[in-house]
Design a protein around this ligand. Structure first.
Ligand code: ATP
Ligand code: MG
Length: 341
């Protein structure tokens, strides 16, 4: 059996605002990440993807607070580690994080090589600049990035090149796990493909062992993820093998994400686009019943009030809906009216 590198158990994280609000942005999230795998996390804006990523990294700084649950990284529950130990032993080495929009946060006054040196010197005591240069050049070459990028300033690089550079810098210490938060969102389709190829290459070459890839575009995950978790309003609403979740979604929200897009290869001819109505709930309010029920085309009266737990179809497939799989599939068929009670 493959080694589990990251295990998240019933994790709950809360923003406590200066207006005395409690925003439960990550609510009872659990999953395992095995060596060799890429887990894709999809969900629209505000679903809690970045907060989950920060929580896994132990970045609990006000207004974000840990509430409950555990995050095991290589067997250590990092929620129990003091931040200095977390920083010394885990961050950057066991797990690295590329925050959303990181490519726009590169220090504009430093050449890329100096940014690589900053990362390396923090973790490899006494390493010389020449060694940094040698390691960086070798890594950039292996990843098909031109070496001369190292001598440039961030402003001199295109968006795609900047993102590839950020990925190369973040993984220079060969962390076991990489969390990439929306690494392709600001890029054109060609650059997206190149970035995805680079990320896959990192696993193939053994520079990293596993990855979490966050995006708001569920279909994009087909190109990279082995498994997918769909998040909505802080909760996981569906998880399973990438192909199953994309081509045969169970949860009405995942189904909505897939029916509201145009598949470029197939064009729009003959395809009915069904947009998910409404907007996600405000997480500062206590939410009863299914969080998606207000927007769900297939909601029943009881969905508004009944708490919905994850249901397991098999070991790898689960969903959070009171309806049964067959019932949902029937409702998704063309021409069928949404169920009413
Ligand atoms: P996006 O796709 O826009 O990046 P996301 O899925 O990453 O969205 P988060 O940024 O994790 O979502 O936000 C989850 C929830 O937490 C949202 O309701 C958001 O408004 C709230 N939130 C995020 N940051 C803060 C903060 N600093 N203070 C209070 N609430 C916050
Ligand atoms: Mg985000």
């Amino acid at each position: 059996m493959a080694e589990i590198l990251l295990q998240v158990k019933n994790l709950k994280s809360v923003y406590k605002t200066r207006f005395n609000e409690r925003i439960i942005a990550v609510d009872d999230v659990s999953f395992d990440l095995e060596s060799g795998k890429c887990l894709g996390i999809a969900g629209e804006s505000g679903s809690g993807k970045s907060t989950l990523a920060m929580s896994i990294m132990g970045y609990y700084h006000p207004p974000l607070f840990y509430e409950s649950g555990a995050v095991y990284i290589s067997g250590v529950d990092i929620t129990k580690l003091p931040y200095n130990q977390l920083r010394e032993k885990i961050l950057g080495k066991e797990i690295a994080y590329i925050p959303q929009a990181a490519m726009n946060a590169l220090n504009p006054t430093q050449k890329i090589i100096n940014l690589v040196a900053d990362v390396m010197k923090e973790h490899v005591k006494g390493i010389s600049f020449n060694d940094v240069k040698k390691i960086a050049e070798e890594r950039f070459e292996t990843l098909n990035l031109p070496k001369d990028v190292l001598q440039r300033y961030p402003i001199e690089l295109s968006g795609g090149m900047k993102q590839r550079t950020v990925i190369a810098i973040s993984t220079i210490l060969n962390p076991k796990i990489l969390i990439a938060d929306e690494p392709t969102s600001a890029l054109d389709v060609t650059s997206q493909k190149i970035v995805i190829k680079l990320l896959k290459n990192l696993i193939k070459r053994g520079f990293i062992k596993a990855m979490v890839f966050i995006t708001h575009e569920l279909p994009l995950l087909y190109n990279i993820a082995d498994d997918i978790m769909v998040m909505y309003a802080g909760e996981i609403v569906e998880s399973g093998k990438a192909e199953e979740v994309i081509f045969d979604p169970i949860h009405p929200y995942s189904n909505g994400l897939m029916t509201s897009i145009i598949v470029p290869e197939k064009g729009i001819k003959g395809k009915k686009l069904i947009v998910i109505p409404g907007a996600p709930p405000n997480l500062k309010y206590k939410l009863e019943g299914c969080r998606f029920s207000d927007r769900c085309l297939y909601a029943k009266d009881e969905c508004k009030t009944s708490k919905v737990n994850m249901k397991y179809v098999n070991n790898s497939r689960s969903y959070r809906c009171i309806s049964q799989v067959d019932e949902l599939k029937e409702m998704y068929k063309d021409g069928k009216k949404p169920a009413t009670t």
